[in-house]
Write a protein that binds this ligand. Sequence first.
Ligand code: PLP
Length: 402
Amino acid sequence: MSAALPAPRPFPVQAFTRIGEENAFAVLARATDLAARGHDIVNLGIGQPDFATPPHIVEAAVKALRDGHHGYTPSVGIAPLREAVAADVHRRLGTSIDPGRVMIVPGGKITMFAAILMFGEPGAEILYPDPGFPIYRSMIEFTGATPVPVPIREANGFAVSADEMLGLIGPTTRLIILNTPANPTGGVTPKAEIDALVKGLERHPQVAILSDEIYDQFLFDGARHASLLAYPEIRDRLILLNGWSKTYAMTGWRLGWSLWPDGLFEAARKLAVNAWSCVNAPAQYGALAALTGPQDCVAAMVAEFDRRRQVVVEGLNALPGVSCTLPKGAFYAFPNVTGTGWGSAKALASALLETAGVATIGGPDFGVHGEGYIRLSYANSEPNIRKALERMGNFLSEARAA
Ligand code: PLP
């Protein structure tokens, strides 16, 4: 008798062998687990403001529930919120956008998911920043497209180089991804560089642009945000990603917005209908209160981040073998750790968590060009930041002596 055949097992399509991760969530899980087992952990790993969502926003969402907003909304979001997004963009950036092309989506990530799905397929190339938010590459690989990293260099202030990016565009490039202010570096790309990029894109009319501007209000030292929205000549191929997660300390609400050009809006709307129907109704009313209510909560949070930024960078530069440029945006420091003697920044990040009780993220989790760096999110209290720096100093000094 022949041996019984193994039972057929369900397995997903090939694409799922290529989908990646965001290691910040794995580090968060490990840090939480260590803390639950009695370890004193300072978490500088995850990128979310440590502030509570401002109370008037919470109240608006609670009121929406009490007022009976329990049902589906239009898949592209409630009209007053789409209009409030357009009004907010006009107030902050002086640019007019059509509320009819704004989509309310469940978080910032969904816009990159949708945009990369729209342009990624085998044979297509997509340019993305490296080091950069890890989901860009993960999603590009998921679609079967070829990821083309655009190196983001410390020597260039962690800004995008227009020349370098334009030089990487080839005949099969379908989409380029920009992110300023940037995760994980805190780099801000100056307007002159964006001007040069947009000018160069005239030669590549087939290339779409995804501009991830989720940190656009986290700017320091007088740095200005150069939004891609300021360029009418690329508006017909620009997808803009933004949201409430960072600006209003609303990461868990899952709220974002995107702007789509005429030719892509319908595709994005259909994806919404197929995948998520609409964004949680009361959350949309919270988002409306965020945009139409007082903005001093944003200014206060940014001012607090600015104070911590000084503390963290000064402290990092005092550590043996560590040097850190002062980031001009977002809420991350991206110190160069090549002088510590640790050949692998991921191994250093892991040792810092397991031995010193400080959660950080290894630079290679953001791409190959992140080797030699670690990311610290300074979305934690100043006393905790000081405690983390002291522990890191002790750890690095002891490791040197050993
Ligand atoms: N884009 C960048 C550059 C980010 O750093 C993040 C989150 O860390 C996102 C998008 C996603 O934001 P959300 O939590 O709203 O999905």
